[in-house]
Design a binder for this molecule. Structure first.
Ligand code: NAP
Length: 262
């Protein structure tokens, strides 16, 4: 299709910014690391799997960008705070953060969800995001002074989500944290927004498609643009929201979903 992004050009959208990106070892976070660096940001990549972080970091550096990584488990509060500290220690400041990392659980009705899975998705997707936001606000305030945060939500947070009810509930709670933080930190110049991706071709959606064969095809048929997103297309929206070009945008949950929520 001729409207898919192909250009690897830079407009300096994030020039001079220091960015923390969670879940940057693969999928949307890795695409964000490549894009933010190409747009001039110095990036710090965080996730659990070191070999993936290393490989994306090397790729960014090979393309002329500035990148480093920290191993971080969002389910561990000290580890989240250490990742934010590492960004400030490495680059001297924090301007922007993309809280992108999340996990999922097997699809199915809510009475079939295992309690341990509920607790894990709660710890990573909701509590981990809250921990990161709190540490990032403190770091932005102490260094850059003003800045921006984008959380990665999901179009599956906006309505009932019978296939992934707990995942949907945690993402809806992330939207609430996003809106509350926008109100709290707006007066000091820290903007907080979320992106709500639709079907995006990453390991996460492939796992869902393995558990529910044909789900991607089904979702694409419901999507006005009739296809899934490339991870870079979600990263583009996050980059814009994190940039000064979105200077009057805060507290929004931006659907990047091929129109499926229209
Ligand atoms: N793909 C879609 O269709 C879709 C749609 C809507 C929303 N989203 C959202 O988009 C975001 C990115 O997902 P993706 O599709 O790119 O998935 P992905 O390919 O599975 O990537 C998820 C990233 O998060 C990291 N992560 C998972 N658990 C973590 C933990 N406990 N601590 C730290 N990092 C952790 C993973 O690294 P490690 O496993 O190495 O830690 C990985 O880097 C998520 O918030 C997801 O909910 C995706």
């Amino acid at each position: 299709m001729d409207n898919e992004p192909t250009a690897n050009t830079s407009t300096g959208l994030l020039a001079g910014k220091v960015a923390l990106i969670t879940g940057a070892g693969r999928g949307i976070g890795a695409a964000a690391a490549r894009l933010f660096a190409r747009e001039g940001a110095r990036v710090l990549l965080a996730a659990r799997t070191e070999d993936q972080l290393k490989s994306v970091t090397q790729e960014v550096r090979a393309a002329g960008g500035t990148a480093d990584y920290v191993v971080c488990d969002l389910a561990d509060a000290d580890s989240v705070r250490a990742a934010v500290d590492r960004t400030v220690n490495r680059y001297g400041r924090l301007d922007i953060a993309f809280n992108n990392a999340a996990t999922t659980i097997p699809p199915g009705p809510l009475d079939q969800v295992r309690e341990a899975d509920f607790d894990h998705v709660h710890a990573v997707n909701l509590k981990g995001t809250w921990l990161a936001m709190a540490a990032e606000v403190a770091a932005i305030r102490a260094t850059a002074g003003t800045g921006a945060i984008v959380n990665n939500s999901s179009v599956g947070s906006l309505r009932g989500n019978p296939e992934l009810p707990v995942y949907g509930a945690m993402k809806r709670a992330v939207n609430s944290l996003t809106e509350s933080a926008a109100i709290t930190y707006g007066p000091e110049g820290i903007r907080v927004n979320a992106v709500a991706p639709g079907t995006t071709l990453t390991e996460m959606i492939r796992a869902w498609n393995d558990a529910t064969p044909g789900i991607v095809e089904h979702l694409n048929a419901l999507t006005p643009l009739r296809r899934a997103a490339d991870p870079a297309e979600i990263a583009e929206a996050a980059a814009w929201l994190l940039s000064d070009r979105a200077s009057y945008v805060t507290g929004t949950v931006l659907r990047v979903d091929g129109g499926v929520g229209a």
